[in-house]
Design a protein around this ligand. Structure first.
Ligand code: HEC
Ligand code: HEC
Ligand code: HEC
Ligand code: HEC
Ligand code: HEC
Ligand code: HEC
Ligand code: HEC
Ligand code: HEC
Ligand code: HEC
Length: 333
């Protein structure tokens, strides 16, 4: 009897403990920023099916030739041969590496073929978590993709954060029109991980990315560059000038923050303010300009509010990016 009493007494305690546990798990804040990017990758890796540990190809591994793979993987091979790389390797291989066909990427298949499809751990399979990302990436880089677009891959943010070529590229079949991407467009590829950027693109003011006219890779090289934020050009401004050439000048009257960086005033990925402005006018201007020759104080009836009427700075200062008019020192003409 006594034992039963204590059990009954413990029940409410247990219920409280469960409730608290549930509440904590429910209201713990979601991971944010770079943490979130990282968390996503590792959780995806750990859900991959358990498989034998990758051992690499044994020392006496032998290449057996693509022909011997076809008996069992004809379907995969058919798909592969429809891709650009597949066509080159099967129809017109230019180097020894390309001539190796299947085994140039998956590694020598001797043990795998001898065991009639076993010894998977000796192959590079490009499955998530199967072999280290560096091993997968080295397969793609060494001797094949180390120049041009790929010159700065080593040491790039993506490389050093353990992003795999195959998280953005699919090799055995064509899903995108060009570049063998894992999704039909580059934007969808980037959005898998960069969800904040994707969200920004949905804002009212944005460049035509979601309309498909320009793409993340017009400004960024996902394989790395020598510049900050993997921008294609040497600076933010050079990047913008490639499409907005008229903003380059030269101007007789330059506006200092424009020369310095377009991102002083604009948020390239999207904004809720018109014209991609980071902050609304007049606040935008007032971050840097205090009252000087004419009052710039907003919403104060005792000062000249005509200067701020209808968020008006650019009603008069129209040539805000620079002026070539002899009397354009204040960018009014
Ligand atoms: C005798 C049949 C046979 C031959 C020949 C063969 N394979 Fe396989 N291969 C298999 C089987 C069966 C599996 C699946 C094993 C498993 O999932 O455990 C497999 C798995 C693979 C995988 C991993 C796929 C995955 O889902 O993880 C790759 C990559 C692969 N083979 C490449 C090759 C290459 C390259 C060759 C030629 C050098 C080759 N295979 C020759 C039967 C074969
Ligand atoms: C350029 C490198 C490369 C070459 C060459 C290559 N593969 Fe693959 N293979 C991959 C990658 C990467 C994957 C992971 C899935 C993907 O990206 O499509 C893969 C996946 C596979 C798979 C898993 C199932 C599937 O179809 O996705 C098999 C089987 C396979 N390859 C067999 C072959 C055979 C057979 C050949 C030769 C005809 C071959 N591979 C040539 C890179 C390559
Ligand atoms: C973060 C995503 C991402 C990663 C990681 C990535 N790529 Fe790319 N790759 C792209 C996109 C997007 C394009 C299309 C570029 C464009 O639109 O100009 C591309 C284009 C390419 C091209 C064709 C363009 C050319 O002229 O060379 C090759 C080849 C290529 N990638 C190979 C690789 C290799 C090899 C790796 C790993 C070392 C890799 N990529 C890693 C996203 C990625
Ligand atoms: C598999 C996940 C993944 C994909 C897909 C991906 N990225 Fe990234 N990217 C990352 C991670 C992780 C970082 C590092 C973030 C950090 O350190 O805060 C990063 C950083 C960046 C940076 C900042 C670089 C710097 O030095 O500040 C840029 C720009 C970028 N990615 C562009 C792209 C573009 C463009 C694409 C699509 C072609 C893309 N990414 C696709 C994971 C990814
Ligand atoms: C019009 C050019 C342009 C386009 C298109 C563009 N970006 Fe950017 N991005 C920039 C510039 C410029 C910066 C650097 C901002 C800075 O220095 O303040 C940047 C920075 C970044 C960063 C690094 C942010 C940080 O805080 O370090 C990431 C990640 C990024 N962009 C991802 C993307 C993705 C994903 C896309 C496509 C959805 C994209 N960008 C499209 C111009 C662009
Ligand atoms: C690949 C080409 C390209 C690059 C690079 C580019 N833009 Fe644009 N931008 C466009 C296009 C296209 C439009 C839309 C023009 C239109 O609708 O008339 C646009 C529009 C804009 C607008 C006006 C938006 C609106 O709501 O009217 C601003 C502001 C802008 N871009 C700023 C920038 C900045 C800042 C950079 C550099 C970080 C940049 N752009 C780089 C192509 C580009
Ligand atoms: C001092 C703040 C500031 C800087 C820096 C700046 N802009 Fe602007 N930009 C504006 C304002 C304000 C508008 C809106 C003008 C309007 O509504 O009349 C604008 C509008 C634009 C527009 C759309 C209208 C047009 O004139 O074509 C583009 C494109 C643009 N800016 C590109 C750029 C580029 C490229 C740079 C870098 C070279 C840059 N801006 C730097 C303040 C700035
Ligand atoms: C990031 C800071 C910054 C922002 C934002 C900014 N400016 Fe400027 N502006 C400057 C600097 C610095 C100068 C150069 C001042 C000098 O040479 O004494 C300047 C010069 C000017 C001049 C020329 C007057 C002179 O003394 O040479 C005018 C007019 C002007 N800005 C108007 C604006 C307007 C209107 C806006 C908002 C659309 C704006 N500015 C936004 C920093 C900024
Ligand atoms: C009604 C037209 C008009 C409006 C609206 C206006 N300005 Fe001006 N602003 C001028 C004129 C004209 C000058 C040149 C004054 C002169 O010649 O003495 C000027 C000069 C300036 C100067 C340079 C003054 C100096 O002392 O060197 C700055 C900075 C400036 N304006 C900022 C702003 C800001 C910020 C706003 C928005 C709050 C704004 N203006 C709104 C007409 C205007």
């Amino acid at each position: 009897m006594k034992k039963r009493d204590t059990v009954v007494a413990l029940l409410p305690l247990l219920a409280v403990a469960l409730l608290v546990g549930w509440a904590c798990s429910r209201f713990s804040p979601p991971p944010s920023g770079s943490e979130a990017l990282h968390a996503q990758e590792t959780s995806a890796a750990s859900t991959a099916a358990p498989r034998p540990r990758w051992t690499g190809s044994p020392p006496n591994a032998k290449y057996v030739g693509s022909e011997s793979c076809l008996t069992c993987h004809d379907e995969s091979a058919q798909r592969f041969h429809k891709t650009k790389m597949g066509r080159i390797m099967s129809v017109n291989p230019r180097t020894g590496q390309e001539r190796r066909g299947c085994e140039s990427c998956h590694g020598p298949g001797g043990s795998h073929v001898d065991t009639e499809g076993g010894a998977i751990e000796t192959l590079i399979t490009f499955k998530k978590g199967a072999e280290p990302v560096e091993v997968q990436n080295t397969t793609c880089v060494n001797g094949c993709h180390e120049k041009g677009e790929h010159t700065f891959w080593r040491g790039s943010t993506h490389e050093s954060r353990g992003v795999a070529c195959v998280s953005c590229h699919k090799v055995m079949e064509s899903v995108s029109d060009r570049y063998n991407l894992t999704k039909p467009t580059a934007m969808e590829v980037c959005s898998q991980c960069h969800q904040t950027r994707r969200a920004q693109l949905q804002r009212s003011s944005h460049m035509p990315l979601r309309e498909g006219k320009i793409s993340c890779s017009d400004c960024h090289n996902p394989h790395g560059t020598a510049t900050q934020a993997m921008l294609r050009e040497d600076s933010v401004n050079e990047n913008c000038y490639t499409c907005h050439a008229e903003k380059r000048g030269p101007f007789l009257w330059e506006h200092a923050p424009v020369i310095e960086s377009c991102t002083n005033c604009h948020e390239p990925h999207g904004s809720t303010n018109a014209r991609l402005l980071k902050v609304r006018i007049p606040r935008l201007c007032q971050q840097c300009h205090v009252e000087t020759r004419h009052p710039t104080n907003p919403y104060d009836p005792t000062t000249g509010s005509r200067y701020v009427i209808n968020r008006g700075c650019t009603n008069c200062h129209q040539k805000i990016h620079g002026s070539n008019h002899p009397s354009g020192f204040a960018f009014t003409n």
